[in-house]
Ligand binder design. Structure first.
Ligand code: ADP
Ligand code: MG
Length: 391
């Protein structure tokens, strides 16, 4: 990685502003955090700073709640120390006073950045207000690094800006699978739509030995091969892309596997009638909701041979338990491999975490959209602004 990290600069006694991604999922009724992985993922950075007696100022956005920070309690439990919350919504003299009170190793959490429209507008005045609180800026929010917001991009104009340990890890792992993956290298692709994944598929195809396609997007590939897919989710404007990708895969000697059998349903609901059929036998008024057992077997056999696997996108409508078998089977299989296994994508990471298999993977990206963009070859603004390593 050609960016400086917190290990490359003196942080002791300094005021360090850490942009974290604490945008955790919450129970809609109780407001309780349902998955704290994103908070846990930033602990190495926070602990590193605490150990060196930096004065730590954390900030994050939290998408859903109208209310105030909810991460304080969990963070405080995980760190085993007090975490203060800056009591004021707007930045300014009051918050600066709170920062002045911090001693080496103390932690202060700023209020939800989403309270400020200037955050998403990347307003210089807001970036400056953030910068005034600190001596050093640390980006540890990989999942927000594709957004040119004030706390991601703007603030780096006014402070020395370096990567946190999570950001560093995300970049190293994803760069690693792009630059020199151990072969055979497979990508297991699923999820709802091809349109979200086009750049990733295009950018990685040349490095792959094998591309396995399940999930909603498989229907478009099947249709491009003239199969009847009934009422399945099809992106008609992506049929040409699907055909082109299959042709390119063949030319480059990449094995491309599509489902050979599928779980179909007469509606997308837990009460639906369900059948397993070969992809040649999909009735016109049914839809694909999962990969079938033979496909699970053929995908598994292929993946067992691989030394690197990148997985993005569930194999079926996993939110409904009876359509989750393909996705769960792939999660278990990847967890059992000795290969380097990297999981990206919000839903995919959620499944793996809910199944308590995250520790069994080499890496589960906290990045969602950011990891797909990175693997798609895009430069992320929040990484671009960090200080370069010289020499
Ligand atoms: P990720 O967040 O991991 O990148 P996506 O956002 O691309 O994954 O896709 C997740 C969604 O894909 C899920 O909501 C799931 O229900 C949907 N999905 C998977 N298979 C199908 C299918 N056969 N038909 C419709 N939707 C599907
Ligand atoms: Mg998603």
């Amino acid at each position: 990685m050609n960016k400086l990290t917190i290990r490359d600069i003196e942080v002791g006694g300094k005021r360090v502003l850490v942009r974290a991604d604490f945008n955790v999922p919450l129970n809609e009724n109780t407001g309780v955090i349902t998955d704290d992985s994103r908070i846990r993922a930033t602990l190495p950075t926070i602990k590193y700073l605490i150990d060196r007696k930096a004065r730590v100022i954390l900030c994050s956005h939290l998408g859903r709640p109208k209310g105030r920070v909810v991460e304080k309690l969990r963070l405080s439990q995980l760190l085993g120390q007090r975490v203060e919350v800056a009591p004021h919504r707007s930045l300014g003299p009051e918050v600066e006073k709170e920062v002045e009170k911090l001693k080496g190793g103390d932690v202060l959490l700023l209020e939800n950045l989403r309270f400020h429209p200037e955050e998403e507008e990347n307003a210089p005045s807001f970036a400056q207000a953030l910068a005034r609180l600190a001596d050093i800026y640390v980006n540890d929010a990989f999942g927000a690094s594709h957004r040119a917001h004030a706390s991601i991009v703007g603030v780096a104009n006014y402070l020395p800006a370096v990567a946190g340990l999570l950001l560093e890890k995300e970049i190293k792992v994803l760069e690693g699978i792009l630059a020199n993956p151990a072969h055979p290298f497979a990508e297991l692709a699923g999820g709802a739509k091809i349109s979200d994944k086009i750049t990733v598929l295009e950018n990685t195809l040349g490095k792959l030995d094998c591309l396995l396609i399940g999930g909603g997007m498989a229907a478009t590939f099947l249709k491009a091969k003239s199969y009847q897919v009934g009422l399945s989710l099809v992106e008609d404007d992506k049929l040409d892309f699907a055909a082109k990708l299959m042709k390119e895969a063949a030319e480059r000697g990449v094995r491309l596997l599509l489902p050979v059998d599928v779980v179909i349903a007469d509606k997308v609901s837990a009460e639906a009638r369900v059948r397993v059929v070969s992809v040649e036998e999909i009735p016109t008024d049914w839809r694909i909701v999962d990969i079938g057992p033979q496909t699970i077997d053929s995908f598994s056999e292929e993946l067992r041979r691989c030394k690197t696997v990148f997985w993005n996108g569930p194999m079926g409508v996993y939110e409904i338990a009876k359509f989750a078998q393909g996705t769960q089977a792939m999660a278990k299989l990847l967890a059992s491999l000795k290969a380097t296994t990297v999981v990206g994508g919000g839903s995919t990471a959620e499944v793996v975490t809910a199944m308590k298999l995250a520790d069994k993977m080499s890496f589960v990206s906290t990045g969602g959209g950011a990891s797909l963009r990175f693997l798609g070859g895009e430069r992320l603004p929040g990484i671009e602004v960090l200080l370069e390593r010289k020499g």
